[in-house]
Design a protein around this ligand. Structure first.
Ligand code: GDD
Ligand code: MG
Length: 325
């Protein structure tokens, strides 16, 4: 069977103040009809079964937004490495051998998604390897993984190198050299993932998965699947895909998906006068006069202003707020 596994345990720190600890970004709709999470679950409607993996405190919110999916909860949020290994183990127990199609819940995707997903699943079975979907980059984004493909046949290629989140200069070189972005959409069998994880920083956790889940999570440090497994994997494959794809990771990404008002990206209502290149997002009303290339985001009683090209630094605000309790 083909089993979809939607990851919905992150909070979306960089989208503060729209996202908050009790209101992660996957629960938000950003101007569309339904939440990013509901969108993701609908997108994999062709799967035989769909699981959503999240943290305990989000479980009710997930059930509300994705009533057709089964909910798995993890003892602790420790990033995607532990999350994916744990889910592979649990789903193999419940369903038996299957192909897992793993999806983030923070993407906007248009194009032939089902076709791409079926190809990735086929390649996962054929190669018994770890399969990721590749997107052709249109800019040197530093928040993504970059993949150099080997010689391709039958719609896929071996991964020659995988470099997670390179610096700007390196990203520019990768774009010139025809690398792909890692879309964060993966296909593998639970067994393929767990055996790759055995020779990774996830090993101490994998060894304990038959026992108490709390102890298994205690045995591992937070790490993403990209750093833990994919960068060093010997048997990784890439399926290049012509999808319109956006990771709504930070406010600057909204420039590409929000309505344009006189050269500004607007969510909510705004007045703009001599203002250009701004992202203006609010649950109310924002006015911008004579400013350029800013993010102004205002939700509940909280306002954020940051230069658009420093939008990644919003995580520093959240870190500071958490430190203050
Ligand atoms: N269940 C669970 N538990 N889910 C998590 C956790 C966790 O601890 N941490 C993150 N997630 C979920 C997020 O909610 C998101 O849907 C997905 O996993 C990916 O996590 P991100 O934190 O958004 O990763 P990223 O965007 O920085 O990087 C990944 O995706 C990029 C493409 O969007 C990497 O795979 C990159 O290589 C890739 O280019
Ligand atoms: Mg992301």
């Amino acid at each position: 069977p083909l089993v979809a596994l939607v990851l919905a345990g992150g909070t979306g720190t960089r989208l503060y103040p729209a996202s908050r600890s009790d209101r992660p970004k996957q629960f938000l709709s950003f101007g569309e009809d339904q939440s990013l999470l509901a969108d993701t679950v609908d997108r994999v409607g062709f799967a035989d079964e769909t699981y959503v993996l999240t943290r305990e405190s989000f479980a009710d919110g997930v059930r509300e937004r994705a009533p057709s999916a089964a909910v798995l909860t993890e003892p602790e949020p420790k990033d995607t490495g532990p999350a994916l290994a744990y889910a592979a183990h649990r789903i193999r127990e419940q369903v038996g051998d299957c192909v897992l199609l793993c999806l983030p819940s923070d993407h906007r995707i248009t194009g032939p998604f089902a076709e791409v997903a079926h190809t990735a699943a086929r390649v996962a079975v054929e190669t018994e390897g770890l399969v990721t979907v590749g997107i052709e980059p249109d800019r040197p984004a530093t928040g993504y993984g970059y993949i150099k493909p080997g010689p391709s046949k039958n719609g896929f290629a071996p991964v020659e190198t995988f470099h997670e989140k390179p610096d700007r200069e390196t990203a520019e070189r990768y774009v010139r050299e025809g690398f792909y972005w890692n879309a964060g959409l993966f296909a593998w069998t639970p067994t393929a993932l767990l055996s790759a994880a055995e020779s990774s920083p996830l090993a101490p956790m994998v060894d304990r998965l038959d026992g108490d889940p709390d102890a298994a999570f205690d045995a591992v440090d937070p790490v993403s699947i990209d750093y833990a497994v994919l960068e060093d994997a010997e048997n990784a494959f890439i399926v290049p895909a012509a999808l319109e794809w956006d990771d709504l990771g930070s406010w600057d990404a909204f420039e590409r998906v929000l309505d344009n008002q006189d050269g500004n990206a607007v969510l909510g209502e705004a007045v703009t006068i001599d203002a250009e290149g701004n992202v203006l997002a609010s649950d109310g009303h924002v006015s911008a006069v004579g400013v350029e290339d800013l993010v102004i985001a205002s939700f509940d009683d909280r306002t954020l202003v940051v230069p658009k090209d420093e939008a990644q630094r919003v995580r520093e605000v959240v870190a500071e707020l958490r430190a203050d309790g």
